[in-house]
Write a new protein. Structure first.
Length: 114
């Protein structure tokens, strides 16, 4: 599976961004799709997950601000990020689980700063 993420950029505190990640190649069997992030000097952390049926889970730090969604027909996962804070600054990575195989996208940088 190849993953192409997009949508990162520079945004002011309180602003919004929408990330997208499109899967291609061997996409049959993709179940879980997720977003992770890694801030400078910190470990990669899970942001949100969504299964094929649409059930979601979020990190406590983003609950109520971020929304993960997916379009199964397009094999694409989205992350709508609202009320962004400086501490949301990180490289965001998409991840998919196809059967027992995990694949990562290349990462997209989100910078929240005034």
């Amino acid at each position: 599976v190849q993953l192409q993420a997009s949508g990162g950029g520079l945004v002011q505190p309180g602003g919004s961004l929408r990330l997208s990640c499109a899967a291609s190649g061997s996409v049959f069997g993709i179940n879980f799709m997720a977003w992770y992030r890694q801030a400078p000097g910190k470990q990669r952390e899970l942001v949100a997950t969504i299964d094929r049926g649409g059930s979601t889970n979020y990190a406590d730090s983003v609950k109520g601000r971020f929304t993960i969604s997916r379009d199964n027909a397009k094999n694409t996962v989205y992350l709508q990020m609202n009320s962004l804070k400086p501490e949301d600054t990180a490289v965001y990575y998409c991840n998919v689980l196809r059967f027992t195989l995990s694949s990562w996208g290349q990462g997209t940088l989100v910078t929240v700063s005034s």
